[in-house]
Design a protein around this ligand. Sequence first.
Ligand SMILES: Cc1cc2nc3c(=O)[nH]c(=O)nc-3n(C[C@H](O)[C@H](O)[C@H](O)COP(=O)(O)OP(=O)(O)OC[C@H]3O[C@@H](n4cnc5c(N)ncnc54)[C@H](O)[C@@H]3O)c2cc1C
Length: 411
Amino acid sequence: MTITQSPPSTASKITDEELRHRTRELIADVPAEAKMYTFRGEQFDRGLAVVHYPQGLGGLGLDPKSQSVINDELQAAGKLISDMLVNPIGIGMGMPTVLTHASDELKQRLLRPCFTGEEIWCQLFSEPSAGSDVAGLATKAELDGDEWIINGQKVWTSLAHKSRWGMLVARTDPDKPKHRGMTYFVVDMKSPGIEIRPLYQITGVAEFNEVFFTDAKVPDSHRLGERGNGWNVAITTLMNERVALGGGVAAKGSGAIGSLVETWQTHKPDESDPTHSLLRDKVADLWIRAECLRLTNMRARANAKAGTPGPEGSVGKLLSAELNKTITECTIDLLGSEGMLHPPGYPLARSDNAIPISAAGQLTTSFLRARANSIEGGTSEIMRNILSERVLGLPKGPQVDKDMPWNEIPR
Ligand SMILES: Cc1cc2nc3c(=O)[nH]c(=O)nc-3n(C[C@H](O)[C@H](O)[C@H](O)COP(=O)(O)OP(=O)(O)OC[C@H]3O[C@@H](n4cnc5c(N)ncnc54)[C@H](O)[C@@H]3O)c2cc1C
């Protein structure tokens, strides 16, 4: 396959027209039968992957708004694949964290296969006693020469069973206050000493796992940020997680709200039925709220910068989680007694994607899966805390253990 490279050009000179041209060139140059990895690899090499990333690292240093020019062209050619299907945790959270905190060598090694989907990523933050309060985590990392030895347990680790790389936060300095004694690593999930066990969810699908570390080794070169600075690196991951989970901009009227409108058309009560106008108003209200959220997310995305988004990313996360739950509930209400049946039965299955997509029983699966929306990536209560403290400037709740050495906190 001969692939021509676009001539190098300084970012400021690249117009939307030129970007459109480069995207069409990409589509024409990569054979139609090429694998997804090949296409996305070429997209990365030409700086059309994440256009606001630097040149040589998948972008062209442009304004993030320009990504829509590329995506529109890819969409029209049937070449746009959702990052949520390719590598949701890697692209949404791993890439910005690596870009912001990793060495140049790690950036070169990790970003491209993350974008292409050749190397799936997972997030090793939550533990049995550290979820919302992730800074209380106990998994320890001890330095031995130029390697760290990891021991402990993580839980709810989505896609760990498919992953090559894991974003791990571990306790390295237990005698320091909890936020100051953690360090961040990128761990090779195929290393000896890592055991991954499935956890099945209410949908019957095991998207996530328990992960046990027993003397697993990570080279010091895979540390992101300084020793003890893991909390700041984790903030980059968490803020991007909120944007990735809550900031999606799907086509107007698509997704859960599209399913609700379709269900209304096939299952609406007769106009003589007293519930007709009540349910019609509810469907209309949800459609308006979904559209307002979509437009808000479009505005937020246009202001996106490479690196660490601000706390306002919690707006989209909170609203989309709560709205998705209400929309899927309303859909099940419209189905009436049919909504009590779950056509796939209850087969236990492993998931290839963080977001399971099933054809049969899609509505009931979506309803069940939506329960997790207000827990994953930080609960709705935690999003409200962040917004009240960091956006509205209201006083913080009491934090009695904030300045205590972690190993003196009662647990
Ligand atoms: C589908 C799914 C996928 C996930 N994937 C991952 C993953 O890949 N990697 C990972 O590390 N984790 C993952 N998680 C874990 C998720 O981040 C945690 O479940 C979440 O942060 C909550 O932590 P917890 O379950 O320990 O609940 P807890 O922190 O014990 O919270 C229990 C309840 O107390 C409330 N609460 C806690 N603290 C406060 C407070 N300060 N103010 C008000 N209310 C509070 C919470 O809102 C919640 O209602 C996943 C979870 C789900 C459901």
